[in-house]
Design a protein around this ligand. Sequence first.
Ligand code: GAF
Length: 376
Amino acid sequence: MTDFQSVHGAAPTGVWAAPGRVNLIGEHTDYNDGFVLPIALPHATRAAVRLRTDGLLRLWSEQGDGKVTELDVAGLTPGAVDGWAKYPAAVVWALREAGHQVGGADFWFDSDVPTGAGLSSSASLECVVATAYRDLYELDLDAAGLALIAQRAENAFVGVPCGVMDQMASMCCAEGGALFLDTRDLAQRQVPLDLAGRGLRLLVIDTRVKHDLADGAYAALRAGCERAAALLGLPALRDLDLPGLPAALDRLPAELRPLVRHVVTEDARVEQAIALLDAADLTGLGPVLTAGHASLRDDYGVSCPETDLAVAAAVEAGALGARMTGGGFGGSVIALVDAERLDGIAAAVTGAFKAAGYADPRTFTATPAAGARRLA
Ligand code: GAF
């Protein structure tokens, strides 16, 4: 492993970390002004940083190609930076675009957030840069403000029209809890999630089917939701509730109905999950997760054979519930399981993948970890 000093020739000023996430429930609701319920993963991107006075951004990653990427912050333009370096560059660009007087820096990155697994590795990279810059440049931005900068970076510089969930999760989650977030006004509540105390585990199954949100499918879904809201005369699909759903569906063209049904029922599932967690009924969460997966598969169309198989195999082997997490089109599945059944369920999923001729999934358990922070 290379360290900051050997890459950049001096000691860093500090070290920061920002985590990846899994979302418990509330998928494809964030760009509809709806509710989400993510936890931060123990997996994080770490950055050692030292500011520069010459306006250069010099970026090096343990997971990169062994070369320093050098960029002039004044010349940063959307679309002009390729590969992983576009994420840190995007955040510096977004900060400057928002009027913050920030310049260059030397960065050393190291991440154990799996990439392309739907676990928000890019948001963790954006958020660690945003947090380090906030501290080093003493910017007047709170965690939610930094999340909005990181989202703007991803939307306008990287070119992915994502909602704000991943950046808010990476910035605002707290150890031991899930983040109940209203994406309309960013009102948030930390909801205790003592899985271990209840003899439960959250199994994460990375199907290793790489998802790529920049490929257009995500943007098309988002556009479909916005068109449906406009046809219904609503600011966003968030403004439709379960009782109003049947009449609203009647007013929409057939191709938009399943999208709307997913978003409205998914917001209701988040509220159901919150009620269960508030009542300390963690096992009751299981069927809500599985219902969420069925909706993403049958109505929203963002699951894939591998995520469907992981969910089916986990539930058949005794999981209390399971669903894909994140944007979909591959990526990861979460399964809520009794601790003593964890190994058996992981083995059953791996066995089902083998039998289907799929690559071995990567499995690990997730405990709710802390959001972005300074380490040293
Ligand atoms: C991706 C996006 F980045 C999020 O904003 C969210 O829409 C999610 O997909 C689906 O819930 O992770």
